[in-house]
Design a protein around this ligand. Sequence first.
Ligand code: CP
Ligand code: NVA
Length: 305
Amino acid sequence: GAVRFGPDLLSLDDLDESQILALLDFAGRLKAGRQVASLQGKVLGLVFLKASTRTRVSFSVAMYQLGGQVIDLSPNTTQVGRGEPVRDTARVLSRYVDGLAIRTFAQAELEEYARYADIPVINALTDYEHPCQVLADLLTIEEHLGTFAALKLAYIGDGNNVAHSLLLGCVKVGLSVAIAAPDGYTPERAVVERARAIAARTGATVEILADPAQAVRGAHVLYTDVWTSMGQEEEARRRRALFAPYQIDDRLLRLAHPKAIVLHCLPAHRGEEITEQVIEGPHARIWDQAENRLHAQKAVLAALL
Ligand code: CP
Ligand code: NVA
C-alpha cells in the first residue's frame, strides 16, 4: 500500500531513509502498473511564483491520472498578488483544497504556508531545496544502476537548491556525494553538516571540492544544473565567467566510471553547464529522469493526500 509520511514535504529531510526507499519502491510499482492509487475527488492547488515546465505539468498530470484535479492558485490570479497575507491565504485555501504544491523563493515563505495550512504542503522548489526533483533523480539512478550502495554521485556547478536536496537525499540512501563548486558557491554549511551527520550513519561520504576532475573521478552519476537559478538573472554574466571550468563535457565524462550516467534536472543551457555532445550522448538519462518526476510525485501525492 501507500507509504506514510507527512504532514508536509518541505525538505528532503522530512523523509527518513526507509520512507525514501519505500516511496521509490511505490513510484516504481506505479510506473510499472503493478500498483494503483486513487485520489478521486481530491484537488491539489498549485501556487507557482516562478516559471515551470516539468513540475507544473507532472503534478497536474499525476493528479489527473490518479482521478483528482488541480487548480491554479498563482499569486497573480489570487489576492496574494494584492497583498493578502500568506497566513490568511493558507487557512482559507485549506478549507477548499486537499493539498498545495508551492514554488516560491524563500523557504521561510513555504514554511509559513505549512504552519497555517492544515492540509499537506509540498515544496515544488524554493531557493533552498527541490525535494521532488531529487526523489525522481534517485528513482532514475536506481533504475539504471540497480543500487545506491558503494556508488558515487558527482555534482558539478552551483551549490544551489538542487545541490542541497541531492546532498540530503543521496546520503540517506547510502549514495556518496562529491560536489565541485567555485569558492563562494558551495552548498550552505548547515546542509553539508546535516548531510555529513546522516552519511556517518549510512556509510556514505560527502566531499565539497573546488576541482571538478577530482569530484568526477570514478563517479557513477554525473549531475549538473544551471549556473544561474531563477531569481538570480542579474548575476548571469558574472556566473558564466566564474563557472566556465565547471562544464560537463566529454573530457570530464572520460574521468568518470566507464558506465557512468549523466543527469540534469532541466532546463539545460547547452554550452554552459553541459555540452550538446553530452546531453545528446549515450551516457545521458535525462529524459527518463524528467519522466520520473511524474511517477515519483504520484507516490508523494498518494502518500500525503
Ligand atoms: N526540473 C524542474 O523542476 O523543471 P521545471 O522548472 O520546468 O519545473
Ligand atoms: N536551480 C534551478 C532549478 C530549476 C529546476 C533554479 O532554481 O532555477
